[in-house]
Design a protein around this ligand. Structure first.
Ligand code: KG4
Ligand code: ZN
Length: 391
């Protein structure tokens, strides 16, 4: 069977990501990666201590065309045309991204339509200005090339990322035993998602304030560890600890529901640092112990609630996804606790190459999804910054 070639685009936050993948099969798709590019804007946003939505939008506008050309080249799908067709509707689609429109007309319209069967784009959740650029770019490509388009939920992408397994020819998506439970932990989200069967999602718990990744980022700022905070905190926590610090709270650890709350924990770190400064302590020396205690507090709550939910819903599979899934402590503790308390439950941890935002997971989610791409979707697909699984 000839593989379907998917072009996937992800611009929900501060990574401009694009992948081209050949997909064979639907239930357990095999994925041959023809191109997989992630251009991170993290260094740029680091100056501001976090992601600035309009800056992200500007960078996506600047990056998308060069990245697409690079990906097409890598995938050997590029052919220049001598005459470039005029597409009057393009102006309407990309009217709010003038820089992207100019680049598109100069460098994309002269290309012969590449051998791509479907375009998948992240529709939400995410930063609205950032999402618009990717969605409008995908709409423009779908319109100009006449290729079907489909909008994908970013969180479904993170779920799919947990299933990607490396093979000699690329990746496969591991089969899931249902019911399954996904712990999704990123900069914008912290959710426990129950899946009674494929593609049927219920959010059974979520954060009431800050997301886990956001808490890592904010605590890193308090400790002067820079942005993004997650990797910086986990590196710091692995250093020799020195003097112990007082225990931080484990917010909502014992609440009956499956919700989370990390904003108070961040404030507790702030007060701890202030107290230590008042006592004349050298914060830099105490940073590893503070980082470790904070990381332990987050991991304790995430793991305990996931295991409790897994037991209550008698799930056969637990999946972990999102940027925070790169955290070694979280991965280790979740594996240990599942092994101890739920030895018959399978656990899927994402490869650390796909925990952060990327377009390969969007291609995988499209491959696993039930909805087909449509040739007229370019007229209707819009970003949904607050898109939720199961609605
Ligand atoms: O999924 P993602 O790349 O973007 C969003 O969709 O938000 O997640 C980014 C988040 C950031 O908050 C970052 O600090 C966090 O993931 N992160 C980590 C680690 N690596 C990235 N948090 C804890 N430990 C890590 N090793
Ligand atoms: Zn994400």
């Amino acid at each position: 069977m000839k593989p379907r070639t998917i072009l996937a685009i992800e611009t929900s936050c501060d990574e401009t990501a694009l992948a081209i993948a050949g997909i064979t099969g639907r239930i357990r798709p095999r994925i041959r990666v023809l191109a997989n590019i992630v251009s991170s804007q993290a260094a740029l946003h680091a100056i501001w201590g976090g992601v600035v939505p309009n800056l992200a939008k500007r960078e996506h506008q600047k990056n998308l065309v060069p990245i697409l050309l690079q990906a097409l080249q890598q995938a050997k799908l590029i052919t220049q045309n001598s005459s470039s067709a005029l597409h009057p509707t393009l102006k309407a689609i990309l009217g709010r991204e003038p820089e992207l429109l100019t680049q598109f007309q100069e460098r994309i319209t002269p290309l012969v339509k590449p051998d791509i069967d479907c375009i998948a784009v992240t529709q939400g959740p995410g930063l609205e200005p950032a999402l618009w650029v990717g969605v409008n770019f995908a709409r423009a490509l779908s319109y100009v090339w006449g290729v079907p388009l489909i909008g994908i939920n970013h969180m479904e992408g993170h779920i799919a990322s947990a299933l990607l397994k490396k093979t000699a020819a690329g990746y496969t998506c591991e089969p899931v035993r249902y019911p399954a439970l996904a712990l999704l932990v990123s900069g914008g989200h912290t959710e426990l998602v129950l899946m009674k069967k494929p593609l049927l999602y219920t959010i059974i718990g979520e954060t009431r304030d800050d997301a886990a990744g956001e808490a890592f980022d904010k605590v890193a700022r308090i400790l002067n560890l820079g942005y993004p905070g997650g990797p910086a905190i986990s590196i710091e926590a692995a250093h020799p600890l020195g003097r112990p610090v007082s225990k931080l709270p484990r917010p909502m650890l014992n609440s009956k529901d499956f919700d989370f709350s990390f904003s108070g924990l961040k404030t507790a770190v702030l007060y701890l640092v202030r107290d230590l400064e008042k006592q004349g302590m050298n914060i830099k020396k105490m940073r590893p112990a503070i980082a470790k205690e904070f990381q332990d507090a987050v991991v304790d709550v995430l793991v305990a609630k996931t295991v409790r939910a897994a037991k209550q819903y008698k799930v056969k599979t637990v999946l972990l996804g999102g940027g925070v899934a790169a955290n070694t402590e979280l991965r280790t503790r979740l594996s240990q606790e599942i092994k101890t308390h739920l030895p018959r439950t399978s656990l899927h941890l994402p490869l650390t190459t796909v925990t952060g935002d990327n377009a390969l997971m969007i291609a995988a989610a499209a491959a696993l999804g039930s909805t087909r791409a449509s040739k007229t979707a370019w007229k209707t697909v819009r970003p949904d910054a607050n898109m939720r699984l199961g609605e």
